[in-house]
Design a protein around this ligand. Structure first.
Ligand code: SF4
Length: 438
């Protein structure tokens, strides 16, 4: 019989789980097809640089999720200090009151408090707990954990060995940045910058270029040459398991998780809509799953390090090194803006107003825009509608020759849009085409 969990996900229908670094990002993740979103509060959530959500925003995100028949999981995955322990009970009770669908936890002390102060919320074990074997899975099950996010260090054959062994739901990361250390258990940032990765404040010094110094020759830096770019021995590529989803589904993985609570909305919309299409295609025809060209194009159009399948297939030697020998990101496109509702309409009216006729489009600008910019409006179904920006004006009706980030513009167009729709453009450096189109 098909096993179905509390989220409606099953071994034949894995859940797509996306990051929500702010209330708006939660909304965008849901609109672009996530089944569930994980988000953190202002404290205890291990992403100190992410905006995170206030208590009121967490309540709004839960309401939004449930109104869309989706789930909101709240990260409480800090490694708690004694001062945290005193403040956690009230917070956990609040999360239960607002109807959070799961708590993501790594610290056994927090787990104990969650069972006592929020007993109705299922507990998901964070990747920070580094779960790598069936005995550990059984242990966490005995502690009341419903789901475990398996360590990214597992190979596929190890994953195969532990799947189906434990009676807990299994979750794996399928996309996003990776740590070169064991799932964030790393002191580099704490030592070099006094910003602890285990408090959510990592400054990513693993991505820097390193040299060697002999202690009696201070100031003489010997290069450690890996290639012409220098040596970036700790600089991990980004994970992308788009082409391995069928093999993961065969193992009965319940949840496919996308990394990136600190990433921008272009990353979020692009990855979620790509994996939504991929998971749907997989569910529809599991025996004939093939990666479509436009899925990979979408993933290539977000800022990323070169992709890797990580350590998953390392034991079969199918992969090259998961370490990138350069620090620069691959970035051909950037966020142009976000569609906003007309200030003269109510939000609800705009949500339902996908009129195909010519109408005024309102965009909150995030990159410098000029006439001739080709804008890509990303739709949740994977399609993209392009619009060549021509005449545009500010909200007072003044014609503009340039629009700057954090302002709003409006222009007439015939394309269907919706609030929070993400708009992409080529990076200016790559925009020769823009000039040719003028
Ligand atoms: S410094 Fe690098 S390896 Fe260490 S926690 Fe930060 S991202 Fe991970």
């Amino acid at each position: 019989m098909e096993h179905r969990d509390s989220t409606g996900a099953s071994q034949n229908r894995p859940e797509l789980l996306a990051p929500g670094g702010s209330l708006e990002k939660c909304r965008i993740a849901f609109l672009y097809g996530a089944d569930a979103v994980y988000a953190g509060g202002r404290e205890f959530s291990l992403r100190g640089h992410a905006r995170n959500l206030t208590d009121e925003e967490l309540a709004a995100a839960c309401f939004l999720a449930h109104s869309m028949k989706k789930k909101l999981y709240v990260t409480v995955n800090t490694f708690a200090r004694e001062s945290d322990i005193r403040r956690l009970p009230g917070y956990l009770e609040y999360l239960q009151d607002i109807g959070a669908d799961a708590l993501i936890i790594s610290d056994p002390g927090v787990l104990l408090l969650a069972r006592k102060h929020a007993p109705r919320i299922p507990i998901h074990l964070s990747t920070q707990a580094n779960t790598m074997n069936s005995s550990a899975l059984s242990f966490w099950k005995s502690q009341g954990v419903r789901r475990v996010n398996l360590a990214r260090e597992l190979t596929f054959s190890e994953l195969q060995a532990v799947s189906g062994q434990s009676g807990v739901e299994l979750e794996v990361f399928i996309h996003g940045a990776m740590c070169i250390s064991y799932s964030g258990r790393c002191l580099l940032s704490a030592f070099l910058n006094e910003r602890s990765a285990n408090r959510g404040l990592c400054t990513q010094p693993c991505r820097w270029s390193y040299r060697l110094v002999e202690e009696k020759r201070p100031g003489q830096y010997f290069p450690v040459i890996e290639d012409d770019n220098g040596s970036y021995i700790f600089n991990s590529r980004d994970l992308c398991l788009l082409d391995s989803l069928d093999r993961l589904m065969e193992l009965g993985i319940h949840s496919f998780k996308i990394e990136g609570r600190m990433k921008g909305v272009l990353y979020l919309a692009s990855t979620v809509r790509t994996y939504r299409q991929a998971v749907d295609a997989l569910i529809e025809n599991p025996l004939d799953y093939k990666v479509k060209k436009h899925w990979m194009e979408d993933l290539d159009r977000v800022s990323h390090r070169p992709y890797t399948r990580g350590l998953l297939f390392a034991d079969s030697r199918q992969e090259g090194s998961p370490v990138a020998s350069e620090t620069t990101y691959c970035q051909t496109h950037t966020l142009a803006g976000i569609v906003r509702p007309s200030p003269h309409n109510s939000w609800a009216r705009s949500l339902s107003g996908l009129s195909p006729k010519r109408h005024m489009v309102y965009v909150e600008v995030r990159s410098r825009l000029t006439p001739g910019t080709l804008l890509d409006f990303l739709n949740p179904d994977g399609t993209t509608v392009s619009h060549l920006l021509d005449d545009f004006e500010d909200l007072q009706g003044n014609a503009l020759n340039v629009a700057h980030p954090n302002t709003w513009i409006r222009f007439p167009a015939s394309l269907p849009v919706f609030p929070c729709q993400v708009v992409r453009m080529k990076r200016v450096a790559d925009a020769k085409e823009r000039r040719d189109l003028k």
